[in-house]
Design a protein around this ligand. Sequence first.
Ligand code: SF4
Length: 158
Amino acid sequence: MRLLRSTDLALRVLMRLAVAGESRPTTRQVAEVIDVPYTHAAKVVAELQHMGLLAARRGRGGGLVLTEAGRKASIGAVVRAFEGHSEVVECDGSAPCPLRFDCRLRGALRGAQEAFYASLDPFTIEEMAVAPTGPMLLGISSAAPQPWPSQRSGPKTS
Ligand code: SF4
């Protein structure tokens, strides 16, 4: 199955912030790193802030910071939140399927979709941001080398 673009952007934003360490990148900086238009990133950032997964601080020295809830958030939970009630097949769209109210296939597909989400539940944002992904994110975020957070304090294991 294919995720919505906004779902993928949300996961990319969270992973980028998971490796930010003490720095607080702006939405524009994050958008540049993950290579998406600023307006798309800003929309996703606002939603993630509303969900309590990141905090945005204004003014000098401000920027985005991942909350503890964001660090521990499961990939499955983020995906469910952004995908909403979307289905893998458009049964009720502009040309509704005549079988849509009594379709066993629709039920089977819903079950498969939920199994897919459930397979992502055990993984957290911070787990997705360790090597090799984390150093890669840092490498494209700045021309100057930055310390990898695990070199300062070590990865959390709980
Ligand atoms: S056959 Fe079933 S799953 Fe396929 S579009 Fe129609 S209602 Fe949906």
